[in-house]
Write a protein that binds this ligand. Sequence first.
Ligand code: PAZ
Length: 309
Amino acid sequence: MGSNWEEFYANLPKPKDLDHSIKLLEKFSERAHNAKGIVLVTSGGTTVPLEYNTVRFVDNFSAGTRGSVSAEYFLEQGYAVVFMYRLKTLEPYSRHFTGQKFLDMLELKEADGKNSVAMLPEYSDRIAEVLVKYKQALKQEKLLQITFTTVAEYLWLLRAVCQALASFERRAIIYLAAAVSDFYVPPHEMSVHKIQSSGPPNISLQLVPKILKPLVSLWVPKAFVISFKLETDENLLIKKARDSLNNYNHNLVIANMLQTRKQRVVMVTKEKNYEIFLTDEQLEKGEEIEKYIIDDLVDRHSQFLKIQS
Ligand code: PAZ
């Protein structure tokens, strides 16, 4: 079962809200035809539930920074964006104000025994800057957000989004920044109830088939497809990225190390490898590497449109 994606899908339970997401996608993609192009950005990590009534699951690391930041820069460049993300990970625009950061921007005022809330003036410019971009994306209906949690939900959604974007042909960009589980528990082997701790559990994980293969060759054969490769051993990084490019024959792999992913990536194309990085000074100033990655990709996508048309 591990290598056959069709059989794999046939055995994966379809998510309950998939039909609703497909309707949203169809409407969104109809409207998006007048944008410069459309991008699917995947973001966050998938889970692998160990039980149907899930108490425990295996998780994949990703805060959703790469995806949410990239989505903002694609929007700024005039693309419509389908942001497919793990529930409760970072989202475009709201990512600037998460957790305590948001509360620290407010002050409490008391008058006549009543409390009211005001924005601290020193944050006003920063908030206004983000708010302008957010409102513009909403007004232009250029951003659609859809969520997944498990690897099964991710895979069902991924195929549905690709099918909705196929009509954009070369104008579609598929930007796969999510951290997707390589292993899963096949549905027929999954415990229904919480696994009891009376002894060591016997959990056997199987390989998830390589979904880039049907994605590139069947679902969106004309799109500009970018995958990411995450490693923790520098010695493996470029070889694994190039192997992936050779195996799936897509347009580009962005290779990054877990430890340095916010400061350095290597762009692996059919012709060459090149780095995009931020200096320590740029990083300290709060610059984001995704700005430079997206600038580069937008250039490459324009070239791709010219060469192929
Ligand atoms: O979401 P984040 O900013 O914390 O991390 C981003 C990332 C490392 C998950 C992404 O850049 C990436 O490499 N995604 C693909 C992971 C993989 O090889 O499965």
